[in-house]
Design a protein around this ligand. Structure first.
Ligand SMILES: Nc1ncnc2c1ncn2[C@@H]1O[C@H](COP(=O)(O)OP(=O)(O)OP(=O)(O)O)[C@@H](O)[C@H]1O
Length: 667
């Protein structure tokens, strides 16, 4: 009921005039059949009764009622379409606002939330329209029923009462059917999502190469089919049950209709009913049957739509995934330090700790390099710095102010980042860069400057339509000659575009480059680092890299291991310390010294051929004792393993941070 009211309120806000007209036309359409039946009855009585009165006015009224019935149907269809269109625009806006309202990432990486989101999206697509449409049709059916019931009551109160009583179980059956259909939708949402996922793998350009190479077409097709079969089985079971439960109602209704008809014919034979009464009675009892069926089915649809609509409504009730300050402080330019104090983090209660008491201080204007083997939590730490997640415990201080006291969007305005899994947008080359600072997205000079700093300007200028070229094979934009336009970049070129996007924020206080080198050759990487310093010398920079040549010149190198900072210092200091960093460094030196044709070096174990060439070729020339690739070289020779995931009980508990109600690790 609340959902129906909410859907109506939504429809009303979307287009009050249309909804009012739709309801009015539907009510009139509901009244017209009764009016027509009564007019036919009156006409018959006048015809069969001597001196029964003038026929023409009644006939004219009957013509008007018939015309009205014919006109209300298309009018009501058009108005329903209009209200649907108005609703669609409104609901889409509310849906996207509901998603954008969540400032972090936690909900979006939770599969249960994803199921809910899909249900909400599905509900947003059709539930409000279904709900409004079925409620209005229900209203029309109720008006029609009321008219016919009154008529039958007048002629035979007993039959009228029996008909009403029979309508009750029929409605109940249909309500149960609607509820079951909504439940099936909810229970099979996971299967539907997986079905779509397996299906998309067969055509997604990111996966297509491997799907073809490994002959995975049948494998994924079978999986998609299995998921769909589960959904279909559940739907069929529900529909069969609904059908079984409906049959007795239908039989009972038909029996009452037959009995009523027999009684009416006999009563007319005895002269107790006029021919007009008989005609209106037959029309009314048949109309009641139709009306009950229509009311029951619209009620079922409305109920089902109302249940799915709750998913859309509850999306707005999802609590924000970040602790939002009531009165956020303005974010000042970073003048002193960005500090992590005893930061603990895990992705969800009960899952392993990723960070276990990280203390780290990034001095304003300094370049800090963060290194560590796979899975130690480097990218996770970046997410915390961008406030995409909140530390489970501990604090991150921006010149002494807790990040939680800031508005996340305002904080992010001061941060530029290239993520490891940066986005490749099916937009133009210019937009792909410009959206780094969306307000300046149309400034061609700034876009070209950022592209030049990232070393991709010459390449983008050479594209068919320069910066206006669509970087997509999924979407095609019609060119001047009507031809589809769309070009693709190489992996390294895409990476430069991502760096250029970050460079659009040339005034950012914090620049984060998470593995900026993975797709770049060594010279390009050096170029980007030089550009970064030229572009914004005073920025605080955090670089994460497995290619240690990138970090050698950093003001400070920090090693993350086992969820904590295990070493910190300059390159020379860490070499002198002779710890993990020094070991890795020596390891790579040995790797570079390995004889050619030895089937790879300890330092290039996991690299693809072109990358191996970069490291072993270009870097080796530039830097004879070239540093190792921590990603690949570290693991085979006793370098700390990626963060293991001990049972929660084995994890030392973090100290309580006074004054903060953070999620408790036990929870
Ligand atoms: N969204 C997530 N939900 C749950 N666990 C996650 C999520 N993202 C990362 N993890 C886990 O957190 C751990 C640290 O991941 P993270 O990406 O931070 O490591 P990393 O040090 O950046 O690794 P790499 O060097 O491979 O990039 C991994 O074990 C990973 O499985």
């Amino acid at each position: 009921m609340r959902s129906a009211a909410a859907a109506f309120a939504l429809a009303w806000r979307a287009g009050p005039a249309v909804v009012a007209a739709y309801v009015t036309v539907s009510v009139v359409a509901g009244l017209l059949p009764t009016a027509a039946a009564l007019l036919v009855s009156s006409l018959l009585d006048r015809l069969t009764t001597p001196g029964g009165g003038s026929l023409t006015p009644v006939a004219l009224l009957l013509v008007a009622a018939t015309l009205g019935t014919q006109l209300t149907t298309p009018a009501s269809e058009f108005l329903r379409g209009e209200s649907t269109r108005a609703l669609r625009v409104r609901v889409q806006g509310e849906m996207l606002d509901g998603v954008n309202r969540l400032p972090g990432m936690r909900h979006f990486e939770d599969p249960a939330f994803q199921d809910r989101l899909r249900l909400a999206q599905q509900a947003a697509g059709n539930a409000p329209d279904l709900l409004v449409g079925s409620v209005v049709s229900g209203l029309q059916a109720a008006v029609l029923l009321a008219g016919f019931l009154i008529t039958v009551f007048v002629i035979n109160p007993v039959l009228g009462a029996v008909t009403v009583l029979l309508a009750v179980p029929a409605l109940r059956t249909q309500l149960a059917a609607g509820r079951r259909r909504a439940e099936v939708l909810r229970d099979t949402m996971g299967n539907s999502r997986r079905e779509m996922f397996y299906g998309s793998l067969l055509s997604d350009t990111d996966t297509l190469k491997e799907v073809r190479l490994f002959n995975l077409q049948r494998y994924f097709t079978d999986r998609a089919a299995a998921e769909l079969r589960t959904v279909v089985r559940a739907e069929r079971g529900t529909d069969l049950r609904n059908l079984r439960e409906r049959v007795p109602d239908l039989l009972l209704g038909a029996a009452v209709f037959g009995a009523g008809l027999l009684w009416a014919v006999r009563a007319a034979g005895r002269g107790e009913l006029t021919v007009g009464d008989l005609s209106v009675f037959v029309t009314a009892t048949a109309g009641i049957q139709r009306g009950v069926a229509q009311l029951a089915s619209t009620t079922a649809t409305a109920y089902q739509a109302a249940l799915t609509f709750t998913y859309f409504r509850t999306l707005r009730d999802v609590p924000p995934d970040l602790e939002l300050a009531e009165r956020p402080r303005p974010v000042p330019a970073l003048a002193g330090r960005l500090e992590l104090r005893d930061v603990w983090f895990r992705y969800s209660p009960g899952s392993p700790w990723i960070l276990r008491g990280v203390d780290l201080s990034l001095g304003a204007g300094e370049v800090t390099a963060l290194v560590g083997v796979n899975g130690t939590g480097k990218s996770t730490l970046v997410k915390l710095l961008c406030r995409l997640y909140e530390p489970t415990r501990g604090r991150i201080l921006w010149d002494g102010a807790d990040l939680r006291d800031f508005d996340p969007a305002e904080l992010r305005e001061r941060v530029a980042a290239v993520f490891q899994d940066y986005g490749r947008y099916d937009l133009t080359a210019g937009e792909n860069i410009g959206i780094g600072r969306v307000g300046d997205a149309g400034r061609e000079d700034l876009v070209a400057e950022a592209a030049a700093a990232a070393g991709v300007h010459p390449r983008l200028s050479r594209l068919g339509q320069g910066y206006g070229t669509l970087l997509s094979r999924i979407f095609a934009s019609a060119g001047a000659a009507g031809a589809a336009v769309g070009e693709l970049l190489s992996g390294g070129e895409w990476q430069r575009v991502a760096v250029a996007r970050a460079f659009m924020r040339r005034d950012a206080d914090l620049m984060i480059l998470d593995e900026p080198s993975s797709g770049l050759d060594a010279a390009a990487e050096q170029e980007i680092h030089d550009s970064l310093r030229t572009l914004r010398a005073e920025a605080t920079v955090l670089v994460i890299s497995h290619r240690l040549s990138t970090v050698r010149d950093a003001d400070r190198i920090v090693v993350l291991g086992e969820g904590r900072i295990t070493e910190s210092g300059t390159h020379d200091e860490l070499i002198a310390l002779d710890g993990t960093y020094a070991r890795l460094f020596r390891l790579q030196s040995a790797g570079y010294a390995a004889p050619e044709g030895a089937g790879g070096t300890p330092g290039d174990g996991g690299r693809t051929a072109p990358e191996r060439k970069d490291v072993a070729g270009a870097e080796a020339v530039a830097e004879p004792e070239g540093p190792p690739d921590m990603k690949s070289g570290a693991e085979p020779v006793g370098v700390p393993e990626p963060v293991t995931t001990p049972e929660p009980v084995a994890v030392p508990e973090p100290a309580t941070v006074p004054g903060r109600a953070e999620g408790h690790p036990h929870r």
